[in-house]
Design a protein around this ligand. Structure first.
Ligand code: PA5
Length: 434
């Protein structure tokens, strides 16, 4: 099986190899302290060994619940925010056909999401859609007290009970939450919902390989065993037994921190496939919440190219030189499509006739990388052979491991998010919560 490849060639005009390899000893120590659980936030390290430790029983239980939902539902509504939303959304969007919502004969329920915003219009329009369909709800909250999903779930629970009756609604609702704490746990126990537990030692943004991500992904019809297998192989590839030079997470953590120390303050994760848009959103949360504290950390931004080359391209090429890019590239798309010849050639595109769309996309990618590097934007290139469950699994573990190492390099706790509380305090005060 091929592996994710990381190429640093186009960073070397900006940081020399010595600066990157200067992190070697420190990173080896950080990987050891992750494994020995001696570093910052060591009570939240469950994700580190999760791919290899998830049990067959747990996988089967998730698959069985997913099959039950698939049998009764046209739509699966996943309710959650932040780490209780983005992992599932990222994987489902990456693996789904771009227009699957329009298919008449679907094999799997369409995945919709709620509780990731407080928009009245969004929730109203969601309820109107649900009026006409059979659906299931997966409500996810580790704390069990987060306002956005709690508000959305209150509406959805009522809608579900009104539509299907209280007894049937119980069979359509699955709760994923803490084993004993929080309002959602209390409600799930009282109502008798099927529940899955979010392990105590796995924080929200590192939880995609727990039922938080695995159940919605399985309901959407994707192979969670392959996802776990990709993550498991990457876990081996990023372990202490692997030399620094061959450990992709170590290399990525080293180069992004070397660039940070030269004054590059913003990392833009770039994709050339719209299916990866939400993968970038997942990555932004992972890195933003893990690193951005105590006045430190790279600002994680995202761009969908080539679309955003026509909006953000100008700034990236010529704006403040505080940026670097990490391109997430897919070697081979799922489908083949060539550009047709046109006898009139009014659009002057015949020079591309017979060539694949992906060749044009790849030349846009290479041309952009060269232009941005010339313009002072270093480029880290990460390539996966194709977009499937296995390689998404690799990417998830790779980015999680590199994020934890990067947090340790910055000397912050990469597993807490104290800053998120500030807006909540104001919101609760403004709403008159006691
Ligand atoms: O990464 C995190 O811990 C957060 O983004 C949480 O996932 C998010 O705030 C949702 O929290 P909860 O699952 O408790 O509702």
């Amino acid at each position: 099986m091929e592996n994710l490849q990381i190429n640093l060639e186009r960073t070397l005009n900006f940081v020399d190899q010595a600066a990157i390899f200067g992190f070697k000893d420190e990173i080896i120590r950080h990987i050891q302290s992750l494994d020995n659980m001696t570093g910052n936030g060591n009570d939240f390290l469950g994700w580190n060994t999760l791919p290899a430790s998830i049990s067959e029983t747990e996988i089967q239980e998730i698959e069985e619940s997913a099959n039950l939902v698939k049998r009764i539902a046209d739509i699966s509504v996943t309710v959650g925010i932040g780490g209780s939303y983005l992992g599932a959304k990222a994987v489902i969007e990456a693996l789904s056909d771009s227009f699957y919502c329009l298919y008449d004969s679907r094999k799997n329920p369409v995945s919709l999401f709620a509780g990731q915003n407080l928009s009245e219009d969004y929730l109203y329009e969601l309820l109107r859609i649900l009026d006409s369909y059979s659906y299931g709800i997966t409500v996810i909250s580790k704390s069990g007290t987060t306002t956005e999903p709690a508000v959305a779930f209150r509406l959805l629970k009522q809608h579900c009970e009104n539509n299907f009756g209280k007894e049937d609604a119980k069979n359509r609702i699955i709760a994923i939450t803490d084993k004993s704490k929080g309002a959602l746990r209390g409600m799930a126990d009282k109502e008798g919902y099927k529940t899955f537990i979010i392990p105590d030692d796995v924080g929200g943004r590192y939880s995609v390989l727990t039922p938080v991500g695995l159940l919605p992904i399985a309901i959407a019809g994707f192979d969670i065993r392959k996802l776990i297998s990709g993550a498991k192989d990457m876990q081996k590839q990023c372990s202490t037994d692997v030399p620094f030079e061959e450990n992709p997470a170590a290399i990525y953590a080293a180069v992004r921190n070397a660039l940070y120390r030269t004054g590059k303050k913003v990392e833009i994760l770039v994709n050339y496939h719209p299916k990866l848009h939400y993968f970038t959103e997942w990555w932004k949360q992972l890195y933003g919440e893990s690193e951005g504290k105590q006045g430190k950390g790279l600002f994680p931004a995202g761009a969908d190219f080539t679309s955003d080359l026509h909006s953000m391209g100008q700034y990236i090429q010529e704006g403040q030189r505080i940026l670097f890019e990490t391109v997430l590239s897919i070697k081979e798309p799922l489908h083949k499509l060539t550009i047709p010849k046109d006898n009139d050639d009014l659009d002057k595109m015949n020079y591309l006739a017979g060539r694949r769309i992906d060749e044009v996309n790849k030349m846009a990618e290479l041309g952009t990388i060269m232009a941005h590097v010339d313009g002072g934007v270093p480029n880290i290139h990460i390539e996966i052979p194709k977009l499937d469950e296995y390689y998404i699994g690799q990417l998830i573990y790779f980015f999680e491991k590199a994020c934890a190492i990067s947090g340790y390099i910055l000397d912050v706790n990469p597993f807490d998010q104290p800053g998120v509380e500030a807006y909540k305090k104001n919101m609760f005060r403004l709403l008159g919560k006691h």
